[in-house]
Design a protein around this ligand. Structure first.
Ligand SMILES: Nc1ncnc2c1ncn2[C@@H]1O[C@H](COP(=O)(O)OP(=O)(O)OP(=O)(O)O)[C@@H](O)[C@H]1O
Ligand SMILES: [Mg+2]
Length: 325
């Protein structure tokens, strides 16, 4: 058995707009080990969703993968024809999208939508598909499953809609579930329930890649974390290592802003500046414009992602220097 459910290597995504090109995903490598929950964290626009979409084979029309490989349980999938990719989606690899309302069809009853997913991927009768749908609704703890089956999306609360999305994603028992900001639109109680559910799915054998800008969500469920900034991984480590020893100045900035919020300090700490426009990235390290410790080298060259301790990687010249001392 392959112990890596997902293996992404040196993935690049290019998007063409008005004869210009940007690269929202740049040399991204990541692994999701079987039976684990892995997180990608970073500010808005850093390329989290594009990474997920590239893995799914669902990039926008203007986007393309132009380098790198994606392996699912050892099998290279980026080069597969679209027909083959479509077969994988929903059956081997599923995604819950950032916008639950727009991903469900507003004019079809939610039960029917889940049923259609089943019938798309498996040979079974309408009755069997309905049975499976109801069983899945119960598994994701949708109360009164029979009644909810006949509801339209707008008749359900945000939490229930997200459960329907998860039911739809999970009904064919995929090997990998990608959850893009699965709880951003939900209140904290429902968020906790959805995160519990993801852990339950992981324990039942599905590996999970969860995307979030919320460090609390990441800390709560992830075994391993990748921090993204302006299209690149800037730090990666097991969750307790990353939270115990955040090392990249950007990661540290993220933690400071969360802590100042938690401690209720009079001035909310934020990382100065904004994520650079992908059209106008600095020549060297992408974070150099906002980094308090930026040196001459940082402005000119892009640091590599290097190990600072076993299985803890950081893309920063400052940590390299510390090592040399
Ligand atoms: N359809 C598109 N055409 C052109 N550029 C796009 C398109 N979609 C996204 N981008 C650019 O790609 C970059 C990465 O976008 P992406 O959606 O992956 O960010 P994200 O990290 O998921 O952000 P968020 O937290 O807001 O969801 C952004 O800078 C965005 O401007
Ligand atoms: Mg996104």
């Amino acid at each position: 058995m392959n112990d890596r459910t997902l293996e992404v290597r040196n993935l690049n995504v290019t998007i063409r707009t008005d004869r210009r090109e940007v690269r929202p995903v740049n040399d991204v490598s990541l692994d999701v080990l079987a039976g684990s929950i892995v997180g990608i964290v970073g500010e808005s626009g850093c390329g989290k969703s594009m990474t997920a979409r590239a893995v799914m084979g669902l990039l926008p029309y203007s986007g393309k993968v132009d380098g790198g490989t994606v392996r699912l349980c050892g099998r290279e999938i980026t080069a597969l024809p679209e027909k083959e990719r479509r077969k994988l989606r929903g059956s081997e690899i599923s995604m819950i999208f950032q916008e639950p309302m727009t991903s469900l069809n507003p004019v079809i009853k939610v039960g029917k939508q889940v049923e259609e997913t089943i019938r798309l991927h498996t040979e079974c009768s309408r009755e069997e598909a309905k049975e499976k749908t109801l069983a899945m609704f119960r598994e994701v703890e949708i109360p009164e499953a029979e009644t909810r089956y006949h509801c339209y999306p707008h008749q359900l609360s945000g939490g229930l809609r997200q459960r329907v999305m998860i039911a739809m994603a999970m009904v064919c028992k995929p090997k990998l579930l990608i959850a893009d900001e699965p709880t951003t639109a939900l209140d904290v109680t429902v968020e906790a329930q959805i995160l519990n559910l993801l852990e339950h799915l992981r324990d039942a054998g599905t590996s999970v890649l969860i995307i979030s800008h919320n460090l609390g969500v990441i800390a709560r469920v992830c075994d391993y974390v990748y921090v993204m900034y302006a299209g690149r991984i800037v730090e990666q480590a097991a969750t307790e290592v990353l939270f115990g020893r955040p090392t990249h100045p950007y990661t540290r900035g993220l933690f400071r802003s969360v802590n100042s919020l938690r401690e209720g300090s009079a001035t909310l700490e934020t990382i100065p500046g904004v994520v650079p426009n992908l059209f106008r990235l600095p020549a060297g390290c992408s974070f150099s414009l906002r980094c308090g410790q930026c040196g001459a080298n940082c402005e000119k060259n892009m640091p590599e992602l290097l190990e600072t301790e076993p299985d803890h990687r950081v893309r920063c010249f400052l940590t390299e220097k510390e090592d040399a001392e």
